[in-house]
Design a protein around this ligand. Structure first.
Ligand code: SF4
Length: 372
């Protein structure tokens, strides 16, 4: 039996022939289809379908980024149940970087060839709005060509509160100071009853989407995420993807989607079955097929490990994200991955997966084409 016959038979046995036809015909699948894909036991078939959908958009290339993470502080006024990163002032392992220390990290990133600084932190109890403005302006003055991808939606709401300005004015002031892109963090899971259980006190789904909508309508881009593999159901994942796709239909401002595998250590959320490799591949694959209006799906190696992220390049992902250099949020929650990768380790992983590595910028645009 040849490959094509094998796939036809698998499609028939799983009852997914109609979804295959939709992918081939570039017809949007609906939420019921997404749920059926999540529930299929044939992971290889799902990978085949996701790979098909990915190749229609991205051919045989896979992207990587030279970037550096900076967490300016892990002090936070909130206490999200799933979070292992946040600390209170009374804790002895809290930290807060001075502007000089942040500029130093920015300089190191520049020397290492990074094209992006990715900066997030907790909702600090006392730093003033000027700290954030000065941070952006100082980094831009030091390295105008390094893209500043900073802050989650809840940080923007917090900064607006500090500045006593509505979100549009807050974003405009930050953009003027040097903000180039918002990060996608903090989406967690949108379903309100689950959100209450894992991140009580955090912004609602509507508020998260509203911050991104406003940012997009200012002509700027951002990424979006989903934290999966804790207490949510598959239907909650589909609902999350549905809300992202709906906003993307309106703004086209999301540059990529980054599914984040939940890390279970050092927090107050009791999770019996954190995400397995199969669950991560399934989630990436369904995301690729369902989010037809998003060009790029990232296999986030920090949460998956580079070995699984590499395999995900055959399950619908077309991006490995970046070199990162220094990571706290996932590692404080038990991630077993190293803290950084090199350009060589990322390109080797991409090549071994049978793809062509292409360096990208923050907005997923190619910087150099190594295939050339
Ligand atoms: S997830 Fe973010 S907002 Fe929530 S406690 Fe952690 S740092 Fe604070």
């Amino acid at each position: 039996m040849n490959e094509s016959n094998r796939m036809d038979r698998a499609l028939e046995e799983t009852g997914l022939t109609d979804i295959h036809e939709k992918i081939v015909g570039k017809i949007r699948i609906d939420e019921t289809d997404a749920q059926r894909l999540f529930e299929t036991h044939d992971l290889n078939l799902l990978g085949y379908l996701a790979n098909l959908a990915n190749r229609q958009k991205n051919g045989d290339t896979a992207l990587y980024l030279l970037n550096r993470y900076v967490n300016y502080s892990n002090y936070c006024i909130l206490s999200c149940q799933f979070c292992s990163f946040a600390r209170k002032k009374r804790d002895n392992d809290g930290f807060q970087l001075s502007l000089e220390e942040i500029l130093k990290r920015g300089k190191l990133a520049l020397e290492a060839g990074a094209t992006e600084l990715h900066i997030v932190g907790g909702l600090h109890p006392s730093l003033p709005f000027d700290y954030y403005v000065d941070m952006l302006a100082g980094l831009k003055a030091q390295a105008p060509n390094v893209t500043l991808k900073c802050f989650t939606a809840i940080e923007i709401l917090h900064l607006g509160w500090l500045a006593r300005k509505p979100v549009p004015e807050t974003l405009a002031r930050l953009k003027q100071a040097g903000l180039d892109s918002l990060t996608g963090g903090g989406a967690e899971i949108f379903a309100p009853e689950i959100r209450r259980e894992i991140a009580r006190g955090k912004e609602s789904a509507e508020e998260y989407l509203e911050v991104h909508r406003i940012w997009h309508e200012m002509g700027s881009g951002s990424t979006c995420t989903m934290l999966y593999g804790h207490i949510e159901s598959l239907a909650d994942r589909v609902d999350h993807l549905r809300r992202l796709r709906k906003l993307q239909d309106r703004t086209r401002g999301f540059t990529g989607f980054i599914p984040l595998a939940y890390q279970p250590e050092s927090n107050r959320l009791s999770v019996k079955h954190p995400p397995t490799g199969a669950d991560s591949l399934r989630t990436i694959a369904v995301s690729r097929i369902y989010l037809d209006n998003l060009d790029h799906i990232t296999a986030y190696w920090i949460g998956l490990g580079l070995d699984l992220a590499q395999i995900a390049l055959r399950y619908g992902a077309d991006d490995l994200q970046g070199t990162i250099e220094e990571e706290h949020i996932f590692h404080m929650a038990g991630a077993a991955s190293p803290a950084k990768q090199t350009r060589q380790s990322l390109t080797a992983a991409i090549r071994e997966a049978g793809k062509i590595p292409v360096q990208r910028d923050t907005f997923y645009q190619p910087i150099t084409d190594e295939a050339a």
